[in-house]
Design a protein around this ligand. Structure first.
Ligand code: AMP
Ligand code: GLY
Length: 434
């Protein structure tokens, strides 16, 4: 079978790598892809932008694509899935209407309120003055969110009243995020530990994937600017068996049932960003309608089932008849980023040590890389450049292995955190000590 995969990041490299391991796959084409993927067996890339729906549809028709899988949210929110379905092309992902769970924070909050799904208290504003008046009676810490997609930059967790006012003014008065920020959600600041709870959904049934946790802050100790994610690991021990049961019963299943009841059945990946308090109560921070990046990299390394079979069951509506098998090992991925990330990127710097890193047994997933036209060397081409991912019996071993591999890779001013997984490491040390 020929599969079309849409996207170009570390997430898509990990999906392509896992798909390539399936006996059912003859060829995977990634649009637009990256050089790391081209090096995988049976994977090629095509220079089509993720949002060029016409070109993607034409490619799928012309090449007899059996199944299309979508990585990033932007084409989903633009209606790629609706277009493919109308054309009779099998595709894994939510419709435009269902993708509003990620595309509009206000939609997601109203949805959760309507279906009694636990989340932070909130109010939505499009008027700057009204929002500022609301802040007077809702002191910091408080969270200000641009309603629409803002490439991970539309959330301000304000620690002071001045920061909260500034965020509201930036978005509603000064247009900091354009149309996406012309409406803001102001919500209660939740406390606890975050986890990523990702499921594959066929409209009726949610098949939970293994749990994971990412590190959104740029710097060690989880401080500094918010990023797309600086590293991730799986499983996330904060999601105990009891928490898992509670999340399925009170959050995931009501979400799938609620979307169906509202006439926008959800298919594809439902990613619930959770905040779990010290009593094990989980609340929804946000929905995403796709796999996480970098969570996917450690997830794909733990997945033992055939990913194509899981996608086929999603398309057939038979997820209730199967389970996914996960390795008992822990996997952990460290993002290597440009020094200017998240504000900027790195271009054209030669990346040294890629094969030395692979020889350690770790897998180096590419994100922002390209091949120099003159000498064929791999160079930087983005903010997040690589995700070095390792697998081992324990979180501490996986962390040490990934760090050992990352330390072999160099370009000027590469930035990576040496504390990915620190919460899980601390938990395992606590339990070792009784
Ligand atoms: P998002 O871009 O929606 O993933 O939000 C980015 C980050 O902001 C999340 O991963 C959380 O760390 C933080 N955040 C968002 N909403 C809240 C909230 N209501 N309370 C506390 N932290 C939040
Ligand atoms: N790692 C967070 C995300 O993919 O949204």
């Amino acid at each position: 079978m020929h599969i079309l995969l849409v996207g170009s990041g570390g997430r898509e490299h990990a999906i392509a790598w896992k798909l390539a391991a399936s006996v059912q796959v003859e060829r995977i084409t990634v649009a637009p892809g990256n050089p790391g993927m081209s090096a995988e067996p049976r994977v090629d890339t095509i220079g089509i932008d993720v949002s060029d729906i016409n070109a993607l549809e034409a490619f799928a028709k012309a090449h007899n694509v059996a199944m299309t899988v979508v990585g990033p949210e932007a084409p989903l929110v633009l209606g790629l899935v609706d277009r493919f379905k109308t054309a009779g092309l099998p595709i894994v992902g939510p419709s435009q209407a269902a993708a509003a769970l990620e595309g509009s924070k206000d939609f997601a909050k109203e949805f959760m309120t309507r279906h009694k799904i636990p989340t932070a208290a909130f109010k939505t504003f499009d008027d700057c003055e009204a929002a500022l008046i609301y802040l007077q009676s809702h002191p910091a810490p408080i969270v200000i969110k641009a309603d629409g997609l803002a490439a991970g930059k539309g959330v301000v967790v304000a620690q002071t009243d001045a920061e909260a006012r500034a965020a509201v003014q930036d978005m509603l008065r000064d247009g900091a995020h354009g149309v996406a920020g012309s409406r803001v959600v102001i919500e209660e600041c939740l406390v606890g530990e975050e986890a990523s709870f990702i499921c594959l959904v066929d409209g009726k049934t949610a098949l939970p994937f293994a749990t994971s946790q990412d590190h959104k802050a740029r710097d060690e100790g989880d401080v500094g600017p918010n990023t797309g994610g600086m590293g991730a690991y799986s499983p996330a021990p904060v999601v105990t068996a009891d928490v898992h049961k509670h999340v399925m019963r009170d959050i995931v299943n009501p979400t799938v049932a609620g979307m169906a009841a509202d006439g926008a059945s959800f298919t594809g990946f439902l990613y619930v960003g959770l905040m779990i308090d010290s009593s094990g109560n989980a609340r929804v921070i946000e929905y995403n309608v796709r796999l996480g990046d970098p969570e996917t990299q450690p997830l794909m390394m733990r997945l033992e089932s055939d990913l194509v079979a899981l996608f086929q069951a999603t398309l057939d509506g038979t997820l209730d008849t199967i389970e996914a098998d996960w390795s008992k090992d822990t996997t952990l991925g460290i993002v290597m980023a440009a020094d200017k990330y998240p504000a900027g990127s790195s271009r054209g710097e030669q990346i040294h040590g890629l094969s030395e890193a692979s020889m350690t047994g770790a897998k180096v997933f590419h994100a922002g890389t390209s091949v120099d036209d003159d000498d064929g060397k791999t160079v930087t081409a983005g903010g997040r450049v690589l995700c070095v991912t390792a697998r081992a019996k324990t979180i501490s071993e996986a962390k040490a292995l990934a760090e050992q591999a990352a330390a072999k890779i160099h370009w000027p001013n590469a930035r990576w955190r040496r504390d990915i997984g620190h919460r899980a490491v601390a938990r395992s040390e606590r339990s070792d000590n009784g």
